[in-house]
Design a protein around this ligand. Structure first.
Ligand code: HEC
Length: 157
C-alpha cells in the first residue's frame, strides 16, 4: 500500500476497530430481564427503568453518538462504573446486606439529586426525577430495607 493511502485510511480503520471492540463488550449476558427482581412495585419499576437503567443495568440503550470515540469511551466508562456500584440486572445476585446497603445509597443519591447525573439529564431530559418520583423511590427503598432486615443477614437470597 502506498504510504499516503495508509496515512489516510489508518485512523479511520483504527477508529472502526476500536468502536467495534467497545460495542462488542457492552451489554453482557444476552437477554436478561432489565431489572431482575428489584421491585415488584410497577410504578417504582418504571421510574428505575426510565431514569437509572441506562447506566445501572445490562440493558443500556446506547445513543447513536455513543458509538463514536471518544464519546463512546466516556459513556462506556460511565456505565462500567455505574454497574460496579449497582447493577439492577443482577439484583438477585446481591446478598441481603448488599441490597440494604445499595437501597440506603439509592435513597440518598435520589434525595440529594446526585442521580441521575446532570450530564445524563442534559441529553435525556425525560429521565429527570419529579418530586413524586423521588418520594416514591425513597419510600420504596425504606420499605425494602425493612423487609430485608427481617431476613437472615448472611448468604444469598
Ligand atoms: C449516566 C449514567 C447514570 C445514570 C442514568 C444513573 N447513574 Fe447512578 N451512578 C453512575 C455512576 C457513573 C456512578 C459511580 C460514580 C459516581 O458516584 O458518580 C453511579 C453511582 C450510583 C450509586 C452509588 C453511589 C455511592 O454512594 O456509591 C447509586 C446508589 C446510584 N448511582 C443510583 C442511581 C439511581 C437510583 C439512578 C436513577 C434514579 C441512577 N443512579 C442513574 C451513573 C449513572
Amino acid at each position: 500500500m502506498r504510504p499516503v493511502l495508509l496515512f489516510c485510511t489508518g485512523p479511520v480503520l483504527l477508529t472502526g476497530v476500536l468502536a467495534g471492540l467497545v460495542l462488542f463488550s457492552r451489554n453482557p449476558g444476552g437477554p436478561r430481564p432489565p431489572m431482575d427482581g428489584v421491585s415488584s412495585d410497577a410504578s417504582v419499576g418504571s421510574i428505575l427503568a426510565r431514569s437509572c437503567e441506562d447506566c445501572h443495568s445490562d440493558q443500556t440503550q446506547w445513543p447513536w453518538y455513543g458509538y463514536i470515540p471518544p464519546v463512546s469511551w466516556m459513556l462506556n466508562n460511565d456505565v462500567q462504573q455505574a454497574r460496579i456500584h449497582m447493577n439492577l440486572s443482577r439484583w438477585n445476585t446481591y446478598s441481603p446486606d448488599d441490597k440494604r446497603q445499595i437501597l440506603t445509597e439509592m435513597a440518598a443519591v435520589v434525595r440529594n439529586l446526585q442521580m441521575p447525573p446532570a450530564r445524563y439529564l442534559y441529553m435525556h431530559p425525560g429521565a429527570r426525577l419529579t418530586r413524586n418520583d423521588i418520594a416514591a423511590l425513597y419510600a420504596w427503598a425504606k420499605s425494602e430495607r425493612r423487609k430485608l432486615r427481617r431476613q437472615p443477614a448472611s448468604g444469598k437470597s
